[in-house]
Every structure is written in C-alpha cells, then in structure tokens.
Design a protein around this ligand. Structure first.
Ligand SMILES: Cc1cc2nc3c(=O)[nH]c(=O)nc-3n(C[C@H](O)[C@H](O)[C@H](O)COP(=O)(O)OP(=O)(O)OC[C@H]3O[C@@H](n4cnc5c(N)ncnc54)[C@H](O)[C@@H]3O)c2cc1C
Ligand code: FES
Length: 272
C-alpha cells in the first residue's frame, strides 16, 4: 500500500556537478520498498509546483528507517528540492510502481546504468548479491565527474566497470559497446537496465539478439503517480497470442506509474 506522509530530511548533499543524495526517515516505507519502485514528492506547500515529482528509491535501511534518493537537478522542481535542508519536512508518497523482477536474474546478471539511470540500480544490485548472484555492473557516463556512485557500487562486492564517453575514467566509449563485448565473451544470465532512451534501445536490441531476459526501468512524465490521470503512458507489446508477435500486432499502452516503471525488455517500444 503506498503511503503519503510528512518525513524529515536528514541529508541533502551535492555529490556531483548536478546531482544530490537525499535521505529522509520513513520506517513504513523501508518496510514495503522493492528495488525499482519510486516515491512521488510534493515540493513546497503552495500551488507551484503543483505536481509531485517521481524519484526512484536508491537504497534504504530497514534498521534505521532511512531512505536514500539520488537525483539530478533538471528544472524548477528538482532545483527547489536541492535547496531543502536537513530538519525540513518532505511530503512523500510511496513506495509506488512495480519494481524489478528478481526471479529472472540467474547466476550472472549484468546491470547497466547510464547517467542518473544508476539511481534505481543500487538497491537492485544489493538484493541480487544477497540472493547469491555474481553481479557485473556497467556504469556509463559522459565524463568521470558524472560517473555516479562508483565506490558505493564497488562496496556491494560486485564487479564494477565504468565506461566514459571521453575516456576520462574506465573504458572509453559507450556503455553499450562494453555490454556488446560482455554478452559475446561470457554467459550473461539476465540484464537489468535504466538510463537514456538511446541506451535502452541498444540494450534491448542486444538482449533480444542474444535471447537474454531483460528488465528495463523507463521514465515518463507523471501526474498522479497512482493510475488515475493517464499521463504516463508508454507503448508496450502485449503478446497474448502467437499472432500478437507480428510486428504490427498487439501494441497497447501501459501506465508507467502502476504497471511499470519496470517492464520486460521485449515488451517496451521506444518508438513513438
Ligand atoms: C519512475 C521515475 C523514476 C525517476 N527516478 C529518478 C531518480 O531517481 N533521479 C532523478 O534524478 N530523476 C528521476 N526521474 C526523473 C525526475 O522525475 C525528473 O527529472 C523530475 O521530475 C524533473 O522535475 P523538475 O521540476 O526538476 O523539471 P521540469 O522539467 O520543470 O518538470 C516539469 C514536469 O515534468 C515532469 N518531468 C520532467 N522530466 C521528467 C522525467 N525525466 N521523467 C518523469 N517526469 C519528468 C515533472 O515531474 C514535472 O511534472 C524519475 C522519473 C520517473 C518517471
Ligand atoms: S501518473 Fe497518473 S496515471 Fe500514471
């Protein structure tokens, strides 16, 4: 059950040029949370901004009840969020959405994050490791300052590879080029991903070519966050019959807030 509550901010720190780590206390939320779910945050107490902002659960601690978010400042809402101070009250609704399916992971999952797309992947990696999987994480970024959470991912004990477009850290190039090498070189039991759409499209292509189960977290602009306003549709393929697999059949629209934000890789269409 999603909860709407006033929580206390305990931390809100800049960790990269445009990125902040925020922590708030909510034992109720840590009880319910699953990797891939998100919270919907009301920023300020007036009419502007009117709509809540969706931010993924980055990680949480059931012992202390502390929830951590990682977010990038892009517009008015996140700019106001970045200005909030420890001790202030935050109005959050959550946990919302359907998270990652961990049952398809297998023994060697590869987790691919691009830019701020790493945000929902830390809790996922922690949980996959806890269930005994040998996880490889590929972190893609334009440059080293934007490679987020490298040390935190390393602390999970998983294999971490960084790929920067300008070669300033780790491999040089696109994170999907490294993924292409990995799936050709070794057995990959599943792929989990979140990031910019061009990256997701290429990850989807690779997973389908190599027939590797894919779980993909997508973003859509949101209104209510709970399935009422129909703002957050994304195109999905619902293959109920063999005919539905034909390229022009079986397309439908899903609500990212309640049916996602995580979908099976082959389900999602990234074309308009
Ligand atoms: C399920 C989900 C999880 C997300 N998790 C994270 C996260 O962990 N960290 C993070 O930095 N960002 C995340 N985002 C994106 C984040 O919601 C937007 O960057 C943020 O809402 C922008 O708000 P703004 O007021 O700063 O920008 P503005 O551009 O001024 O926003 C205007 C409106 O557009 C919506 N909007 C703008 N960009 C997006 C976007 N990319 N996705 C969805 N709605 C958008 C806002 O909610 C608002 O209603 C997530 C989005 C979704 C859908
Ligand atoms: S945001 Fe309102 S239906 Fe998804």
């Amino acid at each position: 059950m999603p909860i709407v509550m006033q929580t206390e901010i305990v931390k809100n720190e800049r960790v990269a040029p445009e990125h902040y780590l925020m922590q708030f206390v909510s034992p109720e939320m840590t009880e319910e949370a699953k990797p891939g779910q998100f919270v919907h945050i009301r920023i300020g107490s007036g009419w502007d901004p009117l709509l809540r902002r969706p931010i993924s659960l980055h990680r949480w601690d059931r012992k202390t009840g502390v929830v951590t978010l990682l977010y990038r400042v892009v517009g008015r809402g996140t700019r106001l969020l970045a200005a909030m101070k420890p001790g202030e009250q935050l109005d959050v609704m959550g946990p919302l959405g359907r998270g990652f399916d961990l049952t398809v992971a297998g023994s060697h999952p590869v987790v691919v994050g691009g830019g701020i797309g790493v945000a929902p992947l830390l809790a996922l990696v922690e949980e996959l490791s806890a269930q005994g999987a040998q996880v490889t994480i590929l972190i893609g970024a334009r440059t080293r300052e934007l490679a987020l959470g490298v040390e935190t991912f390393q602390a999970t004990g998983s294999e971490v590879e960084v790929v920067t477009e300008d070669g300033s850290l780790g491999h040089a190039g696109l994170v999907t080029e490294r993924l292409r090498q990995l799936v050709a070189e070794k057995t990959v039991s599943s792929i989990y991903t979140c990031g910019p759409v061009p990256m997701l499209k290429e990850v989807q292509r690779l997973s389908m070519t190599h027939r590797i189960p894919l779980q993909v977290a997508v973003e859509e602009h949101m209104g209510c966050g709970v399935g009422a306003c129909l703002t957050c549709v994304c195109k999905v393929k619902r293959a109920n019959t063999p005919e539905d697999h034909a390229p022009d059949r079986g397309w439908d629209y899903a609500l990212v807030c309640t049916e996602g934000p995580v979908f099976r890789g082959e389900e999602v269409s990234f074309d308009d």
